[in-house]
Structure formats: structure tokens, C-alpha cells
Design a protein around this ligand. Structure first.
Ligand code: GAF
Length: 384
């Protein structure tokens, strides 16, 4: 594999006859760190996307160019190996896992990527890229991948090439997202339903801290191990529980003296967050938006104190939102240790909230916030 920057001969403009794919980022209203614990989550695809253009080049090599990274690299299809550069691994991982399932289907191609999604900010630019690559190659080479296969291939790429032992939520939302709908996904058996995103007169505002901690991957994988080991102890005594998120809170509390307090806190967070997610989606369906929003504030408390995946910048913004008239809910979103907060803001207060939170954030941290409003959009698709 060769890597050079800005190879001159490489075509970076999109042409009408290329396969052009748009692949969205995702939000998650509530249900954080529950996907790999068999809980319920409430994500949605958003209107901000990664755009990819694919064409066959008649060789056995693949030329990939990212406008965001201003970086070009080549994949030799006979030697697909993990790279030191993270964005290369999205391509390499997806190519590897498609090849494994459908040998010799992928031939040489050229691909250009550009992204309007902020990278490392909790809106899953990574799943957007992985699913977009899988969808594009599927169409370009008429492979016939199902949505489930695209989701699985993208997640395998993330686990084995990128190194994050993520759950299924991000890839699921990116592939199955639907305009105007949240996805209520039960990660025990991957059953799901669409629920109307009726949050009028509130809108979704994301405040990107632009903080991206190196810790994120290692701490994420550690949380997963902590949950697995705590749940194993519970299962030894109560084999009837198949997933952690469904263990009653009083059963988790029985293990107070047997588990390290950190581990106990992780488990408590998971079962409480699952209960909050269920009650938030009921509140939404009943049109009780105040109660819906309140669950988000409580979710943040759990993420901060029990699960310990927040950081000062995120806590500051959630505290600010809590005090702000016109905001009914806010919390950190995604894996944590930086990235965004998600805020439910009254539409008449969006501009002032953005302005005042940005200025308070700057005064406190001497660095700028990147705010943006999002709408709920469709999942990954070909657009030409
Ligand atoms: C990251 C992961 F990729 C998801 O699978 C999920 O666990 C999320 O963090 C936390 O809810 O986005």
C-alpha cells in the first residue's frame, strides 16, 4: 500500500456517470453505551453527510482520495492490511470484509470522499464512511449486499481495522435512517420500529466542543470489558439473564460487596439508562416533551458520575443548558470524552442559545464551540 498526499493525476471532481453515495451521520437521543449491553437506543440519521464517488478503473488497484484529509492512498487488492492512518482503515476494513464474504467481486476502483460531518465529534463520521464505502462498492460491482450485511461489514471494519469494539447502533442508524423518524432499536435482538420525531416546537441543536481525547478508544473498549466482567458475575448466579441491560436494578445492587465499586457503577448506569430510554420513548409518544427532555439531563448525570465518559467541556455545556430557559433536555452524545452535546431547544431560542453558550464556552475554555442544528434525514443511499 502506498500513501502520498494530493497525487496530482487523481481526479477529485464528481462525474455524472460515477456511483455517487450520500451517507449520513447520526444522533442518539438517549440510550448511550447500551447497544453493546443489549439495551434500547433511540438514534436517527441526520441531514449532514459524507459524499463518496466511485468508478471502476479497470486495474487491480484502488485509488482513494479524501478531500477532508487532503490525502490519497492506494489499496492493492492482493494485500489488504491494517494501515497506520485511521481513515485508510475504513476503506481497508470494508474491502477486506466484503472480499471475505464475496471473494473476487471487488475490482480496481477510484473513490473520492468529502465530508460535511465534523470528525471525532460524536456524530459517527466513521460509521457514515464505512457504510458509504460498503454501499458504493455494492452498487459499483453489483454484489447484492443486504442492509444487514452492510451494517455487519461496517461494524467488523470498525472492530478489526480501526480498533473500536463498538456496538451496532451507529451503523444501524446510518443504514436504516428515515427522514423525520427516530429509530427505537432493541439491541437484544435488533428488532426496531420508527417513531415520528414529533418534538415541535423544539429543535435539535448540537454543540461540538471540538475536544477529541486520545483516550476515547481505549476507554470505550475498557467500559465494554468492565460491563462484560460485571455481567458475568451476575450470570453465574442468575443464568436466566441474557443481557445486562435487562437485569433489574435491585439484582445489580445485590452484588455491591462482590464487585469493585467502579464495576458496580458501570452496571448501575446501564440498567438505569435502559429504564430512562424506555420511559423517554413513552413520554415522546404521549407528547410529554418536558418529561422526555428531563430524561436527557438524567442520562448525562449517569454518564458523568457512574459511567465516567464525560469531560469538563461537556459537563459545562450541559450545566449551561440546564439553566437556560427554552432548553428542555441536554446531554453528552456518543462515546464521550469530547465531541458534542445534544440539546432540545425551543425554536424561538435557538439563536440566543447558540450565541450565549458559545460566548460562555469561550470565556471558560478560551476556545471556540462549533454549534449546528440538525434535521432527521434518510439513511445511506445512491443519489444519482
Ligand atoms: C460509539 C459506538 F460506536 C456506538 O456503538 C455506541 O456504543 C456509542 O458510542 C455509545 O452509545 O458511537
Amino acid at each position: 500500500m502506498k500513501s502520498v498526499t494530493d497525487k496530482r493525476s487523481f481526479k477529485t471532481t464528481f462525474h455524472r456517470d460515477d456511483v455517487i453515495i450520500e451517507s449520513p451521520g447520526r444522533i442518539n437521543i438517549i440510550g448511550e453505551h447500551l447497544d453493546y449491553n443489549g439495551g434500547q437506543v433511540l438514534p436517527a440519521a441526520i441531514n449532514l453527510k459524507v459524499r463518496l464517488s466511485f468508478k471502476k478503473n479497470g486495474t487491480s488497484r484502488c485509488n482513494c482520495y479524501s478531500k477532508s484529509y487532503k490525502d490519497y492512498f492506494e489499496i492493492d487488492l492482493n494485500k489488504v492490511e491494517i494501515s497506520e492512518k485511521e481513515w485508510h482503515n475504513y476503506f481497508l476494513g470494508v474491502v477486506h470484509f466484503i472480499e471475505q464474504a464475496y471473494p473476487n467481486k471487488i475490482q480496481g476502483f477510484d473513490c473520492t470522499v468529502e465530508s460535511e460531518l465534523p470528525i471525532g465529534s460524536g456524530v459517527s463520521s466513521s460509521a457514515a464512511l464505512e457504510c458509504g464505502i460498503a454501499k458504493g462498492l455494492d452498487i459499483l460491482f453489483s454484489i447484492g449486499l443486504s442492509d444487514d450485511e452492510i451494517i455487519t461489514i461496517a461494524r467488523e471494519a470498525e472492530h478489526h481495522f480501526v480498533g473500536t469494539k463498538c456496538g451496532i447502533m451507529d451503523q444501524f442508524a446510518v443504514v436504516r435512517g428515515k427522514k423525520g423518524k427516530f429509530i427505537r432499536l432493541d439491541c437484544t435482538d435488533l428488532s426496531f420500529e420508527y417513531i415520528p420525531a414529533n418534538i415541535e416546537p423544539y429543535s435539535i441543536v448540537l454543540l461540538n466542543t471540538n475536544v477529541s481525547h486520545n483516550l476515547a478508544t481505549s476507554e470505550y473498549n475498557l467500559r465494554r470489558q468492565e460491563c462484560d466482567s460485571g455481567f458475568k458475575a451476575i450470570q453465574e448466579k442468575y443464568p436466566k439473564y441474557h443481557v445486562l441491560a435487562r437485569v433489574p436494578e435491585e439484582v445489580v445492587r445485590e452484588f455491591k460487596s462482590k464487585l469493585a465499586s467502579k464495576t458496580l457503577n458501570r452496571l448501575l448506569y446501564v440498567v438505569q439508562e435502559n429504564a430512562r430510554t424506555i420511559s423517554a420513548s413513552k413520554a415522546l409518544e404521549n407528547g410529554n416533551l418536558k418529561m422526555f427532555g428531563q430524561q436527557l439531563f438524567e442520562s448525562h448525570e449517569g454518564l458523568k458520575n457512574l459511567y465516567q465518559v464525560s469531560c469538563d467541556e461537556l459537563d459545562f455545556l450541559v450545566d449551561f443548558a440546564y439553566e437556560y430557559e427554552g432548553v428542555i433536555g441536554a446531554r453528552m452524545m456518543g462515546g464521550g470524552f469530547g465531541g458534542c452535546t445534544i440539546n432540545l431547544v425551543h425554536k424561538d431560542r435557538i439563536d440566543s442559545f447558540i450565541e450565549e453558550s458559545s460566548s460562555a464556552f469561550y470565556s471558560k475554555f478560551n476556545t471556540s464551540l462549533s454549534p449546528f442544528t440538525v434535521a432527521i434525514g434518510d439513511g445511506v443511499k445512491q443519489v444519482n
